[in-house]
Design a protein around this ligand. Structure first.
Ligand code: HEC
Length: 442
């Protein structure tokens, strides 16, 4: 099993750069900023689908047309929030999963990069649709076609995204996948996508129930002709139907998930989510069964329940990713270590002949191997002369060590010095002591 994996699976060496902050902080930022981002993506998607549905319905019954416009107004706002909130998770995933993310990007190439024009086009289209509502009121076919393009783009963009993010989890497939269409053949892509779309509808239903049910909402056409209770009931029906549907799609997703990322931890987190979903169905069932109802309380309960559900699913998603990449991460760490050992060996053997090496102190050896290509004793090479440079640190070994590890930027007439994060503290000590104690001349 392990050997099969090895043959097919490219194991790149990692880029030995220190993270800008402790890894766990980045992970927390990733999970929560992603959930916030996806919340608004859900509202944007669900909102655009429902706008389409009610505008269509509005052709026969005018009141639904007014209602559709009210939903459309939320879509453009939610879309903007979704984009702004997408920056943090995108940056964190870049930092945390650099090699996985970029490998998947490269493999889905054109399709992946097409997200940029698609997003730009989709946004312009939804604005066009919103602002031509009155102008095109006599040409609904055209107006709805514009929206249809918007909705289809909204459906396509997350599909590309999801396929890419999914491919990232399966390095053992990278050797076989030659493009976007092949990335689609992974067994869980479609269930995962439908799980997401259905969730969008459930969450949007709840959002719109709160949005239209609130005291401040006073659009007369909508309030007088449809009535708030009817709207709230309709929206909660959507929540109910979508949540129920997840009981088919969810298990389908779970059984098509490649086994390597499934663990008991994941199982329990998902089970907790399922329990919450059952709770949601039960309270909705009771509530929607009543002829008359008061909104406030149930909506609060639903918001809390959905928040918990959302966090469960987000955490589960992260657990799965970590499990799925565990082996590969280990292999990569080993590969990286091996690489640096080879680099060190190559330097030792190549740069200093054995007979001379025996006479050099460890600090001088390291200097010859790592620094001498750029620094000479008294003349300028790529870097300043050591006579000049060592002067600065005469009484500051620690300062010199941290410069070598991670140089700053000082002289404008020189390029930047490359850092040496791979040197151990002891090696840094040796070099620094050597540099400071040596008589470099003038
Ligand atoms: C790739 C070329 C290169 C290598 C390799 C290199 N340096 Fe440098 N070094 C530079 C350059 C260029 C500067 C000037 C950078 C600046 O001023 O921004 C510099 C500056 C310095 C300075 C002056 C720092 C200061 O505070 O002004 C010291 C000391 C130094 N290097 C030591 C080392 C040591 C020790 C090593 C080996 C571990 C090393 N360098 C390896 C290019 C290099």
């Amino acid at each position: 099993m392990m050997y099969n994996l090895l043959i097919q699976m490219p194991v790149p060496k990692d880029i030995p750069l220190p993270l800008p902050m402790p890894e766990w902080i980045l992970v927390v930022i990733l999970i929560f900023s992603f959930l916030l981002h996806i919340l608004f993506i859900n509202l944007m998607m669900g909102g655009s689908i429902l706008t389409f549905w009610y505008e269509l319905k509005g052709i026969k019954e005018k009141k639904y047309d007014t209602f559709a416009l009210e939903i459309a107004k939320t879509v453009t706002v939610n879309k903007s929030l979704a984009v702004v909130l997408g920056v943090a998770p995108l940056l964190s995933i870049n930092v945390l999963y650099t090699i996985y993310f970029y490998s998947a990007n490269a493999l889905t190439g054109n399709m992946w990069i097409s997200i940029v024009p698609w997003v730009a086009a989709a946004f312009l289209i939804v604005y066009l649709h919103k602002y031509t509502w009155d102008k095109l009121s006599s040409n609904k076919a055209l107006h709805l076609s514009i929206l249809a393009i918007g909705v289809l783009s909204f459906l396509l963009i997350p599909f590309i995204f999801l396929t890419n993010i999914n491919l990232m989890l399966f390095p053992e497939e990278w050797g076989n996948v030659k493009g976007f269409t092949e990335a689609l053949t992974l067994p869980n892509v479609f269930p995962r996508y439908f799980h997401f779309i259905t969730a969008s509808l459930a969450i949007t239903g709840l959002f719109l129930a709160v949005y239209f049910g609130r005291k401040g909402f006073r659009n007369e056409g909508v309030v007088n002709e449809i009535g708030k209770p009817v709207i709230v009931r309709n929206m909660l029906n959507i929540v109910f139907a979508a949540t129920l549907l997840q009981f088919i799609i969810g298990p389908l997703l779970f059984i098509t998930l490649p086994g390597k990322g499934v663990s008991w931890g994941l199982f329990w987190v998902i089970l907790a989510g399922v329990a919450v979903a059952v709770f949601i169905l039960i309270i909705l069932w009771k509530y929607l069964g009543q002829a008359e109802f008061i909104t406030g309380k149930i909506v609060n309960k639903l918001i809390i329940a959905f928040t918990v559900l959302f966090i469960c699913m987000g955490t589960g998603r992260h657990i799965y990713r970590e499990n799925a990449l565990k082996t590969h991460k280990q292999m990569m760490a080993e590969r990286t270590k091996m690489h640096w050992e080879m680099v060190a060996k190559a330097h030792e053997g190549l740069l200093i002949p054995e007979e001379i090496k025996a006479e050099l102190s460890p600090g001088e050896q390291l200097f010859q191997n790592n620094c001498a290509v750029c620094h000479a004793a008294t003349t300028r090479l790529v870097g300043p002369s050591m006579a000049e440079a060592s002067q600065i640190y005469q009484n500051d070994i620690e300062g010199l060590k941290s410069w070598i590890k991670k140089p700053g930027r000082k002289r404008m007439d020189y390029p930047a010095m490359t850092g040496f994060p791979q040197l151990s503290n002891e090696q840094l000590n040796d070099i620094a002591t050597f540099v400071v104690n040596k008589e470099w001349g003038n």
